[in-house]
Ligand binder design. Sequence first.
Ligand SMILES: Nc1ncnc2c1ncn2[C@@H]1O[C@H](COP(=O)(O)OP(=O)(O)O)[C@@H](O)[C@H]1O
Ligand SMILES: [Mg+2]
Length: 234
Amino acid sequence: MTKVKVEVENLKKYFYSGIFRKKVIKAVDGVSFEIKEGKTLGLVGESGCGKTTVGRTILRLIEPTEGKMLFDGEDITSLNGSKLKKLGREMQIIFQNPEASLNPRMKIYDSIAEPLRIHKICNKNEEKEVIFELIETVNLNEELLFRYPHELSGGQIQRVAIARILSLNPKFIVADEPTSMLDVSVQAQILNLLKDLQKKYAISYLFISHDLEVVEWMSDEIAIMRKGKIVEWK
Ligand SMILES: Nc1ncnc2c1ncn2[C@@H]1O[C@H](COP(=O)(O)OP(=O)(O)O)[C@@H](O)[C@H]1O
Ligand SMILES: [Mg+2]
């Protein structure tokens, strides 16, 4: 039996707006699922149905209104301090717009080095070797390390964004529409890279997209969302 990596139980996230905070947006309204080790759950649905909110809540980037999240069987819903910091390495996110995760004034080399330095993954002597290895793992040419983000294509930038998080040895990745800004030909390459990395490192994915065909290609199981709820499983 494959081990369960991530569990979400009756997750709710309500946003309140208006001057008296009386207007309620039920962005996520009672969502439950589990993702096994090395497997992908696809989350698909129209824009605004709550997909991103689910992903960001699991990663504790936003606080849930109600519900529970477990990682490796441990309740992480109200984790804090050093435990949350450790979890912050094992759980990562890939965004739709990778430029947003790279500093435009930093060379690619330093962007990849940044998480290594913050989390003290390796010492200065090893750093260069680790970075060259990471850039090779995502099939990019070493020359790109000394360029700036604006000199790279969308696909190359997404590979850099992936290299950055790989250095943290993530076990669970929320991929939030990771290829929807890319050309179709480039899309397939990035999706295949994500699949290869999953096999190599036993990564679990929550793969979010509005494109059912893409989700079908990537996922072991598919949950279809509508208005904050899962309305169908495939
Ligand atoms: N920070 C926020 N404040 C208020 N409303 C939000 C916020 N984030 C998302 N929403 C609303 O929650 C709903 C779900 O959004 P989102 O999770 O981004 O959907 P999706 O990723 O499926 O497009 C939308 O109605 C959106 O406007
Ligand atoms: Mg979204």
